[in-house]
Design a protein around this ligand. Sequence first.
Ligand SMILES: C[S@@+](CC[C@H](N)C(=O)[O-])C[C@H]1O[C@@H](n2cnc3c(N)ncnc32)[C@H](O)[C@@H]1O
Length: 216
Amino acid sequence: MPPWTLYPPYKRKAYVYCLMILTIQIIYCLIILIAVPALISMEYYARQAKVSAAPSVPWMRQAVIYRLKQEVSALGHPAPVILELGSGWGTLAFAAANACPHAQIRGFEISPVPLYFARLKKWLGRYQNVTFYSQDFFDVNMGDAHIALAYLNLPLMDKLRIKFEDDLKPDSVVISNTFAVPGWRPCHEETIQNFIYTLKIYTYRVPHLQVQRSSN
Ligand SMILES: C[S@@+](CC[C@H](N)C(=O)[O-])C[C@H]1O[C@@H](n2cnc3c(N)ncnc32)[C@H](O)[C@@H]1O
């Protein structure tokens, strides 16, 4: 027998009302207990990484994926390794996983909240060809990668240039959303224009760069 049936009808209403208020308060508390630490964590890691976990806008993501598919088919590798440097919420990594089902997508992310969200989405979506690593991409050996994707900022791209030059093997490709790799000449550059702004997608090929660098 439900407990409120022990009370007279006018008290039953009050009882149910109190229960509703209590439930709403518990939900509020849970939201605050989860949301506040999550926001603090995201802010902390955004400051550490000097870039927020904001995902790329859909039309830029589409253009990056289009470019990626072209590079993957030009590569002709049965299972190319694609690195997503700073995979955030996994938006680009999942789009790449769908577009290139035979590729192995490796996302690297230091911010735990977007990282666990991406892992949960991978688990729910049963994505087989994407893995998210809780790792600073500067500590990753990129030696076996065929393609590296990035949507970061200029200082990070500048720092990554040295890492790319040290790690990436000839023929590997870097596709960067919006931010160029300072000092490198792209082998392909695409301008994406919409009603608000104009952005670019830069593609670099490592042998091209090595030839260019040794002649400087
Ligand atoms: C602008 S978001 C890019 C999100 C995703 N790549 C996309 O295109 O939708 C940049 C992400 O890079 C991550 N990041 C920055 N530096 C990093 C590092 N050294 N190692 C791993 N992740 C890093 C940040 O935490 C952030 O989530």
